[in-house]
Design a protein around this ligand. Structure first.
Ligand SMILES: [Mn+2]
Length: 316
């Protein structure tokens, strides 16, 4: 990773002005990694803002909102008040397609763009960057930024460390998904930086409605053979909801692989998980997606029924 950090250091040296942006509905991995990177840039005496509209904070639960309010020295900008000059650099975290970007209004106004992401590479990725690092084996953006903080010897507020730790846990589904020894090292480092376990638990709480909604879907799920579970979500969903359902299904006894299928805007999205016996990457890639053996995803123009049948055929 040091090679990447060296490269990032070189880029940071070249510019004075930075805007950090993540994806629509920024989750705690997006928010936590943005805050971590913000601190690194601040430490280098750069002018830096996080592009996040305070009006969008409504997506967060109260504990997250309160934590953000306590970080009152952080500069947030939105589409009404951001400014960029020729020497500005936009760093995009936790996303790499313009469609999923928090606000793509900025793309044609900034000529220097950096992308750091850990999602499976989509076909519609943002091309015109000065540096792109996409590693889908990485557990989370927080993992990368934690090591960058360590490399840069920059300390962070305990609230930021707690938000980052919560983000790491969300993206790994409590240290299951894509978790390596490095993931635990990142978590350990965040604890060293002052992450608070109680605050982290508060940040990760969900409402009863969210819990029940997910439980209802799990209840409606079905097995397509002895060891493979499938769930079809009928409402329009977020990709994160599909991953959560696929993760939850994999926790059930006798489930060796799981598929959660649902509409994401005008496409059908599928989250695929496996304990390792079934290679879900193979299945996802045959349907135009990608990922790894145990964790893959795809988006398709086919209908839910067609996708369902194709998957059943492919695992057969
Ligand atoms: Mn993430």
């Amino acid at each position: 990773m040091d090679k990447i950090f060296k490269k990032l250091d070189e880029i940071i040296d070249k510019f004075d002005d930075f805007i950090i942006m993540s994806h629509v509905n920024p989750d705690l991995d997006a928010l936590g990694s943005s805050l971590g990177l913000y601190n690194i840039l601040l430490n280098r005496n750069k002018k830096v803002s996080i592009f996040l509209d305070s009006r969008d904070l409504s997506i967060y639960d109260d504990s997250v909102k309160k934590s953000i309010e306590k970080l009152n020295s952080i500069s947030f900008v939105n589409k009404d008040n951001y400014s960029v000059n020729d020497n500005a650099c936009l760093i995009i975290l936790d996303v790499h397609s313009s469609k999923r970007l928090y606000d793509d209004c900025i793309l044609d106004k900034v000529s220097n763009i950096v992308i750091l992401d850990h999602h499976i590479r989509r076909r519609d990725y943002i091309h015109n960057t000065i540096y792109t690092y996409i590693n889908s084996n990485l557990s989370s953006m927080v993992e990368l930024i934690s090591f960058y903080l360590k490399y840069s010897n920059v300390s962070i507020d305990s609230i930021v460390a707690s938000i980052m730790l919560a983000g790491l846990e969300i993206d790994t589904n409590n240290y299951n998904l894509k978790t390596t020894n490095k993931t635990y090292l990142a978590a350990s480092y965040l604890m060293e930086m002052g992450a608070d376990i109680i605050l982290k638990q508060e940040l990760l709480k969900e409402t009863k409605d969210e819990y029940v909604r997910r439980a209802d879907y799990i209840k409606q799920s079905f097995k397509i053979n002895d060891s493979i579970a499938m769930c079809i979500l009928t409402d329009n969903v977020e990709t994160s909801e599909l991953s959560e359902i696929a993760d939850d299904l994999l926790k059930l006894v006798d489930v060796q692989a799981s598929f959660a299928i649902g509409y994401i805007e005008d496409k059908v999205g599928v989250s695929c998980r496996s304990m390792g016996k079934l290679d879900v990457e193979k299945i996802a890639s045959k349907l135009g997606g990608g990922g790894s053996k145990t964790n893959a995803a795809l988006q398709s123009d086919l209908s839910i029924r067609e996708i369902k049948n194709k998957i059943i055929q492919l695992v057969g």
